[in-house]
Structures are given as C-alpha cells and as structure tokens.
Design a protein. Sequence first.
Length: 129
Amino acid sequence: MADIIHLVDTSIFIDYFRKHEPAKNWLDQFSQGSLAYSVVTAAELLAGCRNKREHELIEKELALYPMIYVTTTISSTAWEWYREFYLSHNVGFLDCLIGATAYHHGLTICTLNDKHFRPFPNIKVERPY
C-alpha cells in the first residue's frame, strides 16, 4: 500500500458511473496504484445496480483499483466511532468502516460527503471537485 494515497468513497464512483465529467477528470489524473477503495464502497455500488449490465460495468471499473478489506482493527475503530458519533453527528456505520479504513492505512478519503467523515479524529478528508 506504499503508493496508495487516496481512498475513493462511493460518492465519487457514483458520479463517475453517471458520466459526471468532473468525476472522470479527477479519477483520470491519478497514476495506477495511487487510488484504492473499501470493500464497503464496492458493496454499496453493487447494491445500487439495477441490472446485470450495470453490475458488470462496476466490476470492470473497480478491477482497475485495489480493494481494501475490513480487518478486526478497522472494525474495532469503526465500532468505537459509531458509538461515539452516531447520535451527536448522525454518522452511519458504513461510513465509520470507510473512515476507519482510511485511518488505519494513512489514506485521505476522497468524497463528496465530507461531512460524513469530519467527526472522525486524525483522518484526512478531501472533496476533489
């Protein structure tokens, strides 16, 4: 993971698949190996598929980037953050998992929903466009 610097959130990929030009331009500017995504993002994207064609398009695009899996350590941090912030900041558990993934791998979360990740301590969040 030495070369990976950004963890791409679901919102960026959704824009990309909707053919939003800023999303495409942003993703295209990075060299291969500098972006990754969480298994949670993959699951969220597949859950939104309406048919097999969309499923195949998502699988093809995601194959270009490494997927980071949830570990026991990531799960533990996500659980602690969820308990601490779900009432005060209305955070969801899946965002806690994505945030904890970025935290434990030292990655910047790239998202359009930066408010979902701002409560988490010691993580970098970037709104790319």
